[in-house]
Design a protein around this ligand. Structure first.
Ligand code: ATR
Length: 276
């Protein structure tokens, strides 16, 4: 039986095993996908296990998306981002033992917007946070040709660092609000029930789009405040599902094709994730 893992810390909340195991069953693939809480020092052994065939592939979540990189043989990610969430043994016809790192968060975010038919083209985008997932979101957004991408982070230094890779970013003081069409929370604020993002919601006009990368809880305070004022809201669930779909496709890739299985994202899949 082929073994897959999602690694992170914390990892309890992860719905990846549920989703991937469902897709494996649906496709009659004899595989088991589990979650594992790890420490930084465990990464080396896990990559070795992929090399030796004990593990077929892994997904990586907070806070290891960057720290796995030195252990990989081949990166298939945009140069500007140092973030890997999917790792597997390269499959080539000649045979290869290269360990490849990919990023499916970028497409996950893009597809989540397409899913609700939201076009960011020409829009003013305001990003909150400069953490692990933020570069992937900027990367996806810049391909959509928005008019502006503003970014605000509590620790200014991290925002400035991001601007080195993405010079088009307009940095905004933490707590300040500028005129925007779409605001995206990429911080971890809201994961805990009473956490609030320090912005003045009454200073924001009407008809804006609030997107939160967090999907558990379903509605963070950020989304609740927005909903109360009649703005459009979206949580990170579809981004999560689409990044998983891309990862599944990479895991099930055969040597002679670029893409593997693309399981449908239907009501049943969404229902599966609702029950938690
Ligand atoms: P990492 O920083 O290791 O990449 P992350 O969970 O991916 O971790 O990102 C955390 C994000 O949430 C950061 O933007 C962080 O802001 P700082 O860079 O200032 O730490 C933000 N964040 C977390 N707790 C916060 C808080 N209490 N107030 C404001 N921002 C917070």
């Amino acid at each position: 039986m082929n073994k897959y893992l999602v690694i992170g810390n914390p990892i309890d909340h992860s719905l990846s095993p549920k989703l991937h195991n469902y897709w494996f069953r649906e496709n009659n693939i004899d595989a088991l996908y589990e979650k594992k809480q790890i420490r930084e020092a465990d990464i080396k052994q896990i990559i070795l296990d992929i090399r030796n065939g004990k593990i077929e592939g892994i997904n990586v979540t907070v806070p290891f998306k960057k720290s796995v990189i030195p252990f990989l043989d081949k990166l298939e990610i945009p140069e500007k981002i140092q973030s890997v969430n999917t790792i597997y043994r390269e499959k080539t016809i000649k045979g290869s033992n290269k360990i490849v790192g990919r990023n499916t968060d970028i497409l996950g975010f893009k597809y989540s917007l397409e899913h609700i038919k939201y076009s960011a083209k020409g829009k003013k985008i305001f990003i909150l946070g400069a953490g692990g997932v933020t570069p992937s979101i900027i990367c996806a957004l810049e391909r959509m040709k928005p008019s502006t991408i503003m970014l605000s982070n509590r620790t200014k230094e991290k925002a400035k660092n991001l601007k080195k890779s993405f010079p088009q970013l307009e940095l905004v003081e933490w707590g300040d609000i500028k005129n925007f069409d779409m605001i995206i929370n990429t911080t971890s604020l809201g994961l805990k029930e009473n956490e609030k993002i320090p912005i003045n919601y009454d200073k924001i006009g009407s008809g804006k789009f609030f997107y939160d990368v967090i999907y558990n809880p379903k509605k963070t305070n950020f989304l609740l405040e927005a909903e109360k004022r009649g703005h459009q809201i979206e949580n990170g669930k579809m981004m999560f599902v689409y990044q998983a779909q891309e990862a599944f496709s990479l895991f099930t890739m055969a040597p002679h094709v670029r893409m593997g299985l693309m399981p449908p994202i239907n009501k049943k899949v969404l229902q599966l994730l609702e029950n938690d």
